[in-house]
Design a protein around this ligand. Structure first.
Ligand SMILES: Nc1ncnc2c1ncn2[C@@H]1O[C@H](COP(=O)(O)OP(=O)(O)OP(=O)(O)O)[C@@H](O)[C@H]1O
Ligand SMILES: [Mg+2]
Length: 483
């Protein structure tokens, strides 16, 4: 029977694409590699060290025996002790020595050597193995390291004997075998442990990202209050969360502005329509004279003009926001522009007892601007100034050029604007005193239009005002169109 795979193929593919899976795989592979590298290199080092110490022991023994044979060839007791007795006293690392004469006949042999080792195999060894030992299996399955060396007897040498040493290395082999068991055990544990630990770490690291995603999913246009709680996040993700929160802040603000704007539009459109409707209803309630009908029609026309102006301004603002809106730049004589505006408002100013002046410019300033748009912006500013300046006041139009920068100012000595209202005067439908402005017919779109005209030109509009002393609006723009 086949075991059914627990995950379907697409599910597996999806899992492989998750960040947690990739991180876990990377941690596990790196951890396992590190464990293999560390344990394997320790094993190799241990093996080399054990080999070296065996090798040293053999070389040392050979050296002692050769010196004895060379310098005290007749000291048979000394040799016997070295070859027969010393080894017997050892419990670990048993070693066996035999001394052969020139014809290969053993002279001295450590007791038990013939039992442990295949002596015929030993006899076949070359005489000179002293600088390099070989490994040989003993009769009881124990590994031995064997060295063999020629040993001149007496000085000058009378004969050449052969010394053969075999040392039992089963302890070392057992140690290495135990090490190998540990090695595999460590690998087994790490190959289970690393993925588990790695997965935990990866999940922990990714949790903030998931929380950000969950917050983003919860957000709708009616639920822009949501913010990501970034406490305890690592700094990279905290800054991501911060950026996200700032974006939400901006979205919430613009949504609020848009909904306030729509409410204002609805209100401002309803008023004239209701007026027309009310007048028509009253007029139709009973028969009227021709003059009465005329009055109603005139009043309706007035409301209709107001309505159509309002719609025109809204359309203008909406179009100004479109990236396709182009300004028709042409060379404009700024002095002439200001005079045109002044002439247009002279009569109104005179009627209100206000002095309207343009500060003369010498030399004349010219700039590449959209003349009709600039006329509209200036008109909005001058009409505001005249409306808010009491009789006896002055409204001044001035312009100055500083290199490429053009500055146009409309200053009045009127009522001024309270400080708290200043930041909002460029907002659509904003009026400092709605009731009063209503009477004078203001809709609160004039300054918004001025600002969007300046934005279209790549310029700015600023307002400074002091209650009871007057207001100055400053328009800044480049004299030459930037390409
Ligand atoms: N020169 C000024 N002096 C005093 N207050 C001003 C001046 N200009 C603007 N304001 C204030 O700023 C508000 C907004 O001005 P804005 O021109 O946008 O709208 P409005 O004049 O009320 O209406 P609209 O210009 O659309 O007919 C005005 O209602 C007024 O309270
Ligand atoms: Mg206005």
């Amino acid at each position: 029977m086949f075991l059914k795979p627990r995950l379907s193929a697409p599910a597996k593919r999806r899992l492989r694409r998750t960040l947690a899976f990739r991180l876990t795989a990377a941690y596990s592979v790196a951890g396992l590699l590190l464990a293999v590298l560390a344990t394997a290199s320790l094993y190799v080092m241990l093996r080399a060290e054990l080999d070296r110490s065996t090798e040293l022991f053999l070389a040392d023994k050979l050296h002692v025996l050769r010196t004895m044979l060379q310098e005290r060839p007749d000291d048979e007791d000394g040799l016997r002790e070295e070859i027969e007795l010393e080894s017997a006293a050892r419990r670990y690392q048993q070693f066996y020595i035999r001394l052969l004469d020139e014809h290969g006949v053993p002279i001295l042999t450590t007791p038990g050597m013939a039992d442990q080792l295949n002596v015929t195999q030993l006899a076949g060894l070359t005489r000179n193995l002293s600088d390099r030992s070989i490994t040989m299996m003993g009769n009881h399955g124990r590994p031995f390291r064997v060295a063999s060396a020629a040993a001149p007897v007496g000085t000058p040498p009378g004969a050449i004997d052969t010394i053969q040493i075999a040392i039992d290395t089963s302890q070392e082999e057992a140690l290495l075998a135990r090490y190998r068991v540990w090695f595999w055990a460590i690998l087994l544990v790490t190959s289970v442990l690393f993925p588990l630990v790695g997965y935990r770490i990866a999940r922990q690291g990714i949790r903030p990202v998931e929380e950000i995603a969950a917050t983003a999913r919860r957000i709708t246009s009616t639920n822009l209050r949501e913010r990501i709680q970034a406490e305890g996040y690592p700094s990279e993700l905290a800054s991501l969360a911060g950026t996200f929160n700032e974006m939400l802040e901006r979205l919430e603000e613009s949504f609020e502005r848009i909904s306030r704007f729509s409410a204002d539009i609805a209100h401002d459109l309803r008023t004239p329509v209701n007026n027309i409707r009310g007048e028509a209803e009253v007029a139709l309630a009973r028969p009227r004279t021709v003059d009465e009908y005329r009055d109603v029609l005139e009043s309706s026309l007035e409301e209709a003009v107001r309505l159509s102006n309002l719609i025109g301004e809204l359309l203008f603002l909406a179009r100004a926001e479109s990236p396709l809106k182009q300004v028709q730049r042409q060379k404009v004589d700024i002095g002439e522009l200001l005079s045109t505006v002044r002439e247009y408002y002279d009569a109104t100013a005179l009627g209100g007892g206000i002095t309207l002046i343009t500060a003369p410019n010498a030399p004349p300033i010219t700039a590449e601007l959209d003349r009709s748009l600039m006329l509209r912006a200036m008109s909005n500013l001058v009409s505001n100034a005249i409306v808010h300046t009491p009789p006896g006041g002055t409204v001044t139009l001035a312009a100055a050029a500083d290199g490429e920068a053009l500055r146009i100012e409309v200053a009045d000595t009127g009522t001024g604007i309270p400080v708290e209202a200043l930041p909002r005067v460029f907002d659509r439908f904003f009026r400092v005193d709605p009731s009063r402005s209503k009477a004078s017919g203001g809709t609160g779109l004039g300054l918004a239009i001025v600002q969007s005209i300046m934005t279209l030109h790549g310029g700015t509009a600023e307002i400074a005002s002091e209650l009871g002393r007057g207001t100055t609006v400053t328009l800044r723009v480049h004299t030459a169109a930037k390409r």
